[in-house]
Design a protein around this ligand. Structure first.
Ligand code: GLT
Ligand code: MN
Ligand code: MN
Length: 398
């Protein structure tokens, strides 16, 4: 008998993988051509994802309920969906509002210059939150795709930020008033579909959140593609969010720098970035692991038929699990640990001095024996360390 396989990259519910109805249901339309495959229905998505080993499915209001549907139509769709969730042991951890497709939002939703549009957007978000609560969601994502401009002649961005804040404050107070224990997660993106979107990065969002009435209720939903489009580090965006206790949700996918929002299969681009992101989320390099849903906000290539969509979904989850195993091996590697430890120089007397300003610590700092030339003469061995990471990723080590 051969030895048991020590590592199985097949996903199961305990991995907390989720996909959006809009991701599996993406029929492959792009700005240059129409849909190329049938839109997989919400019920089929629930069935297929459950079979594939996912834990949950997320949705926009209009992924399930067409814009303008009657109350009866809405209730029928929700009932049908709920029974599919039950039958397939699937959950809905996150719900969001489509505040970007309908032409009413062509000049923004929460930041539209017309207060009637802002009122409509807030009301639509309330209905979407009600739907999320009905389906058991604990997190509400806000992606402001139309919150931006092509020309800054349109409005002063200070007005936009003020209106954005008002709308989120209204919604968070209303949610609290309803007695619901929900978290809001704000998702940044620098551009597309607008020329410039307000609050374009996770860092901008983190500051904005602190200006809200109920900042504790609000965190971020960083997306790989959205941080990578302008060439920023997703690892640092997520690290900063985790450090602030604000990583409420995450959108995993793949993206090349400088391109349109590609939303590619997770880890299919920038494998090293994906490796360090997974390392952060899994906590193998230190600190607590991220406990929330691992959501893939991506879609299959336009070349694919429905089978290709399921290949895409399986690929996202498998790559995450493979990378999780690789990061574990990397951080258990004695040579890796040795190089990292050698660089984390922390003599007992310095930490307490820098940890807190006082006049005594000022004096102690001035007395420290610090030799910049000796410090500058040291190499850090990060070439070797990075090569070790590469060799773990490439599968020749660990
Ligand atoms: C849209 C967008 C995503 C957001 C979704 C949530 S919708 O597909 O491109 O990044 O996460 O509104
Ligand atoms: Mn996203
Ligand atoms: Mn995207």
């Amino acid at each position: 008998m051969s030895a048991p396989d020590p590592f199985n990259p097949s996903p199961s519910r305990g991995d907390r993988f989720t996909f959006g109805l809009w991701t599996i249901g993406n029929p492959g339309a792009d700005p240059f051509g129409p849909a190329v495959r049938p839109r997989i229905s919400p019920v089929e998505i629930v069935e297929g994802l459950s079979k594939a080993g996912a834990w949950g499915v997320n949705l926009h209001d209009n992924d399930l309920i067409p814009f303008g549907a009657s109350a009866a139509e809405r209730d029928a769709k929700v009932a049908e969906f709920q029974s599919a969730l039950r039958d397939n042991n699937m959950v809905v951890p996150m719900a969001t509002t489509n505040l970007f497709s309908h032409p009413v939002f062509r000049d923004g939703a929460f930041t539209a210059s017309d207060a009637k549009v802002r009122a409509f957007a807030v009301r639509k978000a309330m209905r979407a939150i009600e739907l999320g609560v009905e389906l058991g969601a604990g997190t509400v994502v806000f992606w402001g795709g139309r919150e931006g401009v092509e020309t800054d002649a349109a409005r002063d961005c200070r007005d936009a930020i003020l209106w954005y804040r008002e709308c989120l404050n209204f919604l968070s107070h209303w949610t609290k008033d309803q007695g619901w224990d929900l978290k809001f997660a704000l998702e940044a993106k620098p551009n597309e579909p607008r020329g410039d979107i307000y609050l374009p990065t996770t860092g901008h969002m983190l500051h904005f959140i602190e200006t809200l009435d109920l900042p504790k209720m609000c965190g971020v939903n960083p997306e790989v593609a959205h941080e990578n489009m302008p060439g920023l580090s997703m690892v640092h965006a997520v690290g900063q969010a985790m450090e602030a206790g604000k990583l409420f949700h995450i959108d995993l996918n793949g993206q090349r720098i400088g391109r349109y929002d590609q939303d590619l299969r997770f880890a299919s681009e920038d494998l090293k970035g994906a490796f360090f992101l997974v390392r952060l989320l899994e906590g193998t390099g230190g600190y607590e692991a991220y406990q929330g849903p691992l959501h893939f906000d991506a879609h299959a290539y336009r070349t694919e038929d429905c089978q290709g969509v399921w290949d895409f979904a399986a690929g996202c989850m498998r790559s995450y699990k493979i990378l999780a195993a690789k990061t574990k091996a990397f951080d258990a590697d004695a040579e890796v640990q040795e190089i990292i430890a050698a660089n984390h120089v922390d003599p007992e007397n310095i930490g307490p001095i820098l940890g807190k300003f006082s006049l005594e610590n000022r004096d102690a700092l001035n007395k420290l024996d610090l030799d910049p030339d000796a410090l500058a003469a040291q190499g850090h061995r990060y070439e070797r360390l990075d090569q070790l990471a590469m060799e773990h990723i490439m599968g020749v080590r660990g």
